[in-house]
Each structure stands twice: as C-alpha cells, then as structure tokens.
Ligand binder design. Structure first.
Ligand code: ADP
Ligand code: MG
Length: 677
C-alpha cells in the first residue's frame, strides 16, 4: 500500500527512515512525491556551441596518459589532453588521484564539468569511460540533508517505483486527462524522477501543475459553497432611500468603481448568506467612503456595525472622519485598549443596549467582554492582520455578521484567485478625478543635501515631510538607533523654527499619539520615522515622502509608504534614496518612478519576487505547491479554477463516480475543515 511506512522498502531501516522523516518523507507515497528540484542534463554539444562558465558535457579520445601532481595537504591535480572534433582540449580533475589508473591514452571518455572557452579547458566534476549516451541523459537532483546522500535517495526512489509503482492509481477523471493530453499518474510520477527525455518531463510537470491547482481550487470552491450555505437568515433589509440620501450628502459623486463595489456589497447584505468579501483598492481610492455607506445601510436594517483596524492611531482617525461623515445619522463610539475604567464600562453598556450604532476599534472589538445587541456588519481594515482566530472568536460569541475585508495592498489577480479563492472580491480600480499624481524620484545618497534643501523649500511654503529612516537587517533595536541619529542630524541641519519629530515602534502609545497629533497640526514639519507610519496614517498637508534604503523594501511596501502623501490637493513628491547593487533592485526603483498604479506595481513585484515572498513568509496562509508556480503557470491556474467551479456547481463530486478519488482526497484534507473557522 502506498500509505505504508517507508520502512517496508528494501534497504530502508529504522535509522534511514528517521532521516527521511526529516524531509517529510514517511510513507511510500511521500517518497514517490518527493520530486527532484532540478535535473542535470548531460548532452554532448559541438564545441562551438559551448558557453563559457557553463556546465557542459564533452566526449573525446584521451591523447596521452594523465599526469598527476600533488599540492597542499592531500590535494591533487590530474590533467590530460583530450581530442574533441580534432581539437586539443585540456581536462583537469582535482582530488581524484585514483582516476589516473582508470584513464589511459587512447580511451574514449565522456566528461562533465565547467567549461573555460578561452583556454579550451574543462574542470571535470564527473566522468565516465566510453562514449556518451546517444540521447541526452537526464539525471534527477534531489534536495537532501543529514546523512541522506543524493545517490542513496535516488536508489530508494527507484526501488519504490519498481515495487509499488503499479499501485499509483489514477485520481483525475479520464476526460480531463484526454482533454489536456496529460499522462496518467503512474507514468507522470515515474517521469518526474526518471524522465525518458525532456518532453516526457514536460508533460509530467504539466500534469502535476494541473493536479495541484485543481485540488486547491476544489478546496476553495467547496469552502465558498459551505460558507454561503452556512446561513442564519442574515438578510439585511436596508432602507434604500436613506442610503441614497446619505450618498447625496457627500461633497462628491461616487466613482464608477465605487458604485460597482457598493452594489456588490449591498447585494450580499440583502441576501440570506453570510458575506465574506474583500474590498481591494489603492490608497485613497475611496474604500472608506464605500464602507461607510454599507455601515449606514446596516443601521437602517436595524443592525449594529463594527469597524476593526490594526492600530489605535487609525481607530482614532477613522472615528473622527466617520463622525463627520455621519453627523446625526449614527451614534458612533470608540473602543480601544486606552478606553479604560468607568468610561469603558459605559461604552460596553451602550453597545449592549444598542445605544451605539457603530463601534470603531482595534482587536478589543471582539474580546469576550464586548456584548453586541445585534451585530450585523463587520468591516476589517487591512485584511491580512485579521485571521482565522478572530473569525472563530466572533463565531464563539454567536455572531455571524456579514464581513467585509478592506485592503489597500493591491493583490495581483493571480494571488487573489488563489489565496483568497474562498472569498468574493470587489475591486475599486479607479481614482477619484482631480488627484495629482505623486512625482517619484530615485537618487543616491550623495545627493542628500539637495533633497534636504528641497524639503526646506517646501516646508517654507507651509508643507510637511516624512523621512523614513535607514533599515538595518533583522534588528529592530538598531533601526531605532538609526532613527534617533537621523533625527539629530536633521535637527542640526535645519534652522530651529523647523521642527523635526521622531516616531518609532518603541515609543509608548501615548507618545506616538502625541507625535502624530503634533504632526497633523503642523506643529512638527518633518517627521523622521521607522516604517510604523506605513499603515493608513492620514495627514493631507504632508507632501514629501523620503525613503532611505528604498532598495530594501518590496514594491508594495514602497507603494504603501508613498501613499502617505498625495492625500490633499497639493502636488506631492516621493524621493527614494537607494543604491541597489543588483538588476532586480534597479528595476524596482525604475518601476516606482514610472507608475503610481498599485495593481501594476503589485504584478511587477510578484514577477520580481515570486509568490512566496509576496506577503512575507508563510504567515499569510499562502498555498504552497510542489510543482506549480502561481505566476509562471497562471494559465493552468485559471483552467483549474474554471474546472473546479464546474465540478462543484454541478455536484459532480457526489454524483459522478469518476470523481470519487478526488472526493476522497478532499475529505482527507484537514486544512479544509480548519479553514471553516
Ligand atoms: P481609502 O479608504 O481607499 O484610502 P478614502 O475613502 O479614505 O480612501 O478616500 C480618500 C479621500 O478621498 C477622502 O478624503 C475621501 O473623502 C475622498 N473621496 C472618496 N471618494 C471620493 C470620490 N468619489 N470623489 C472625490 N473624493 C473622494
Ligand atoms: Mg447577508
């Protein structure tokens, strides 16, 4: 059986099994699915086609017996001349003195090694007596560790395939295999390890890419379906007229994109299933305005609403702007960690008695002590800080509100349909008219003086600036040190009437608030800060964003930082101070200066960094695929998504026996039930 312990294999003892377990290989099937991470291809090419410094394969006749010399301690060098295509090629081999006896004048040998095109010389890493195989030889290369050698692992895989390969039953329905011309499972697994040729490998990979995507998409679609069905009759019958009136009270008309997103959300609210929707839109695209309208709709349906944000600063900002926007239309209250004692008691009581319509706050909003009268609508700002645990907390309180996740991190379409495939997505992809584009410049540190003079000029004209301080790898403490030093430097540089403030993560909440207050009242003109200002801070009078070490940030983060300016009607500027060493870094800086469109940037970022890095480490719950790559194999991803949709919609998992293997795999998947939380 494929799910038997690896120890049943010939040649695998207890100790070796333990080592294999460190690679997550425990069963026969694990082993078979432990695919090589790359292949070495040995293929003889004409000398003229060999590329300098590449790993190459050549075949030739040994002209004279090798000469052996020793140097250092136990080091040796074996060299000989080889005749290839009537040209003399020099071969050198290090620390393989024993090969002297095996290689003799007149022998035909095949050598693999690094090619030096200038000296016509190969530094041999592998050799074989006799001519090369007539066809390219493809050898798997496995990731190994500890006492597992590549050679032994290869042998173990081979044994497993020979003994148990026939048990690799098909799991994909035949019509899909036929439609996409994919090899069956046994053939594909075999080719993933020991491909007969390049084409066989390519098709095997295609199959697994599709298989991985299809299973993943089936999971997502199932979750989505279950969530929709998990209804408690949560239909919110809102008052259309009041909603219209509210929109009419805004000093601006909604953009088309805002209207479309709003219609989608209101539609969900009206329907009985629980909404789980993400609202994506660039900084300043007007998400909060849309969210406010939905909150009002929910109130007119007799429900309470909550707005949850990651920091207290943001909670206060939202509180102020929503109070202005709603006026008499709603009772709004703030509930954060700093609301304490008697005041807190009062707030909690007001929420429980429904004297409050909208509660704004941090994670405190869903803590145990908070009892809602009738919570119908929850908005979560910056969705990736709100996770499974929070959703569970809501559920445990017996609350099943419609949930809207708002994020200003533009998530590329590719990622959105994978990572958030279980959510509905609305996108605001249009900015309100009349916004001025932020002018972005990239400069090296030696022009700092000019940058500082420029800030001085703008400050004299009544504007303000952020200076994001240099980063030091992995060290929060040193970053703060940097901020402190930079702050001193700037204070010394500018005349005393220009006030320079300092903001970093180690300040207490009250200190941070005080600094932000001063900055927003223009009592501080220049704010030196670590990246703590990244999320959501709104000071429309700030028009300059200077970012040190810009090459160390991802594009999305740079874009977030840049979004702190350009919030008023004045022309704003972003200055990136960076001296990137590599091409990728330079490309990033160029892209930043060329576009202010968050979605474009995020697509570029994804291309430059790959999906694994996009959200930073695993925490984001990004799916991991063995063979597939979300960016590169995007087309297959869409195909799989469409197929999965069809399979779920038509209920084929339950009714069609061709899908029973897929169904079994899905039922086994613990992640599926976990995710429901
Ligand atoms: P986001 O939450 O997406 O960052 P906000 O909703 O805070 O954006 O909007 C940013 C600014 O633009 C606010 O000052 C808001 O009043 C204004 N705004 C929102 N929608 C529009 C619109 N359709 N036309 C003009 N200004 C708008
Ligand atoms: Mg609903």
């Amino acid at each position: 059986m494929l799910n038997e312990s690896i120890e049943v294999l010939k040649g695998v003892g207890e100790k070796y099994a333990e080592s294999l377990a460190s690679l997550e290989i425990r069963t026969i099937e694990d082993l078979m699915y432990y695919f090589p991470y790359r292949f070495d291809v040995f293929e003889v090419k004409p000398l003229a086609e060999l590329v300098h410094d590449d790993k190459v394969t050549i075949e030739g006749r040994v002209v004279h017996d090798p000469s052996l010399s020793f140097f250092g301690k136990k080091k040796s060098r074996l060299s000989f001349t080889l005749e290839v295509e009537n040209i003399a090629v020099k071969a050198v081999m290090f620390n393989r003195a024993f090969a002297k006896k095996q290689i003799n004048a007149g022998d035909t040998v095949t050598l693999v090694g690094k090619w030096d095109a200038h000296r016509l010389q190969i530094t041999v890493s592998q050799y074989k007596k006799g001519p090369a195989a007539s066809q390219a030889e493809i050898q798997p290369v496995y990731a190994v560790k500890g006492d597992i050698t590549p050679f032994r692992l290869k042998k173990t895989v081979k044994t497993a395939l020979e003994t148990y390969g026939d048990q690799l039953d098909e799991i994909l329905p035949e019509n899909y295999l036929n439609a996409y011309k994919l090899p069956d499972r046994k053939q594909a697994v075999t080719s993933m390890h020991f491909p007969a040729n390049r084409l066989a490998l390519k098709h095997a990979r295609r199959r697994f890419i599709y298989e991985e995507f299809l299973l993943f998409q089936l999971k997502m679609q199932l979750l989505r379906k279950w969530k929709r069905e998990a209804t408690d009759g949560n239909a919110q019958q809102y008052d259309k007229q009041q909603v219209e009136d509210f929109i009419g009270s805004f000093p601006f008309p909604l953009t088309n994109a805002q209207q479309k997103a709003l219609a989608q959300i209101l539609n969900d609210m009206q329907s009985p299933y629980r909404m789980s929707r993400m609202l994506q839109g660039d900084v300043g695209s007007g998400k909060t305005a849309v969210a406010a309208i939905c909150l009002l709709a929910s109130i007119t349906a007799g429900k309470q609403g909550a707005l949850m944000v990651p920091t207290e600063i943001l909670a206060e900002q939202h509180y102020q702007s929503l109070c202005e926007l709603f006026g008499e239309r709603a009772n709004i209250t703030l509930l954060t960690g700093s609301v304490k004692g008697k005041k807190r008691k009062e707030v909690l009581q007001a929420i429980a008695e429904k004297k409050v319509d909208i509660v704004i706050g941090t994670h405190a909003l869903i803590q145990e002590e908070v009892t809602y009268h009738n919570l119908g609508f929850v908005i979560v700002d910056e969705q990736h800080r709100f996770g499974v645990a929070q959703r569970r907390m809501l559920r445990e309180k017996g609350l099943y509100p419609d949930v809207l996740f708002m994020t200003a991190t533009p998530i590329p379409r590719t990622l959105a349909i994978t990572a958030f495939g279980d959510m509905d997505v609305s996108v605001i992809d249009e900015m309100p008219v009349g916004r001025k584009e932020i002018e972005t410049y990239w400069t090296k540190e030696n022009t700092l003086d000019r940058v500082l003079r420029f800030i001085e000029k703008q400050v004299a004209a009544g504007e303000q600036a952020y200076v994001i301080c240099p980063l030091i790898e992995e060290s929060d403490k040193l970053d703060i040190q940097n901020a402190v030093e930079l702050h001193q430097q700037l204070e010394a540089f500018y005349p005393s009437e220009v006030k320079v403030g300092l903001m970093h993560g180690r300040l207490h909440t009250e200190e941070k608030d005080a600094v932000m207050q001063q900055f927003s009242r223009n009592e501080i003109q220049i704010l030196v800060s670590t990246t703590v200002v990244e999320v959501g801070v709104n000071v429309p009078n700030a028009t300059i964003m200077v970012i040190y070490d810009a090459e160390r940030f991802g594009l999305s983060q740079l874009h977030q930082l840049r979004g702190r300016v350009g919030r008023g009607d004045k022309q704003s500027y972003c200055i990136l101070i960076a001296d990137p060493k590599g091409e990728v870094g330079k490309e990033r800086m160029r892209i930043m200066t060329e576009t202010t469109n968050g979605f474009e940037l995020s697509e570029e970022d994804l291309k430059l960094r790959g999906p694994g890095d996009f959200f930073g480490r695993k925490q984001s719950g990004m799916p991991e695929f063995k063979v597939a790559d979300m960016v590169h194999d995007y087309r297959a991803l869409e195909t799989a998504r469409n197929d999965a949709q069809e399979i779920i919609e038509q209920g084929m998992l339950d009714t069609n026996p061709a899908f029973s293997a897929l169904k079994r795999i899905l039922e086994r998947d613990a992640a599926l039930t976990d995710k429901l939380d």
